[in-house]
Design a protein around this ligand. Structure first.
Ligand code: SAM
Length: 271
């Protein structure tokens, strides 16, 4: 199943590799759900899907509750007259100013498919500021939204920071963490998915929380770039390395292949 949003760091092409390492469990928890590639391509009895991007979680909650009626509403924005710079910037302003959460969620999807490179970026005051994407005919993901809606009946969505999500886990849960990538070089700036960004200290805090959850009997799998600093941060975990093709990056450069890793933290009581 394919994701209906374009998303930086989307794991669509890696789901089989990730799923093969995930232990069985009653509930899969994704503290960094993004476009939900893993959720869509695994078969756990229940899911807790969280992200710090509130617009993303509101869109999922709306789709889950309304299904086909909401999909129809969203399709109404995918018309030729909305595929011009003027229309795009007008709808972007509406998105940033409206208090109507149904409209805001539909426009989030419109902006995702009509904006530059499918990026999601906000200015310091929280306004969505991605420029027009100049696509010939943006694709409306009808089938993908329907599939997401059906599968979402087994899910609970949560707008939360990863630290909160990870604390609310118990044996029977399995956690998959896909944080914003650590930069490949010291000069590369961090990918900014929402106001605030994700710094190296948060990467370290996540590794510590993974160790803590594993000590309570909750296995945690983390994906990231295979840099020496992250390999050190994940010491004690079972680490698998591989190469992947990259298509989206925050600033449009850095495409090509990059070394990735998957780190699995399994039950090990902290002594
Ligand atoms: C690499 S993307 C996840 C991609 C996802 N696995 C997919 O297949 O689309 C990272 C996600 O982490 C979210 N994020 C960034 N900082 C966060 C934080 N402190 N807590 C929770 N989520 C965060 C971003 O909004 C983004 O959706």
């Amino acid at each position: 199943m394919r994701t209906f949003l374009k998303w930086a760091g989307n794991k669509q092409r890696m789901v089989e590799r990730i799923a093969a390492l995930l232990p069985p469990g009653i509930r899969l928890i994704e503290p960094f759900v993004g476009s939900g590639a893993l959720f869509l391509n695994t078969d756990y009895p229940a899911y807790l899907l969280a992200d710090s991007n509130g617009d993303l979680i509101n869109l999922y909650t709306r789709l889950q509750a309304e299904g086909l009626a909401f999909i129809d509403f969203c399709r109404g924005f995918f018309v030729a007259q909305n595929n011009t710079p003027d229309a795009f910037y007008g709808l972007r302003t509406t998105f940033n100013e409206t208090d109507d959460s149904r409209l805001k969620s539909a426009l989030f999807l419109y902006l995702n498919r009509h904006g530059y490179n499918g990026l999601c970026r906000y200015n310091a005051s929280g306004g969505f500021n991605v420029p027009f994407g100049r696509y010939k005919k943006p694709y409306f993901p009808q089938t993908e939204m329907e599939a997401f809606w059906r599968k979402s009946q087994a899910a609970r969505f949560c707008h939360a920071d990863f630290a909160t999500t990870m604390q609310h886990t118990r044996p029977g849960d399995v956690i998959y963490c896909d944080p914003p990538y650590v930069p490949l070089s010291a000069t590369a700036h961090f990918t900014s998915y929402s106001a605030g960004g994700f710094g190296f200290d948060q990467q370290i805090a996540l590794a510590a929380q993974a160790r803590e959850a594993a000590s309570r009997g909750v296995p945690v799998l983390i994906s990231n770039h295979a840099t020496p600093a992250m390999e050190e941060a994940y010491a004690g975990a079972r680490i698998e390395r591989f190469q992947v093709q990259r298509y989206i990056s925050a600033d449009g450069d850095n495409r090509g292949t990059a070394a990735e890793l998957l780190a699995l933290f399994e039950y090990a009581p902290i002594s």
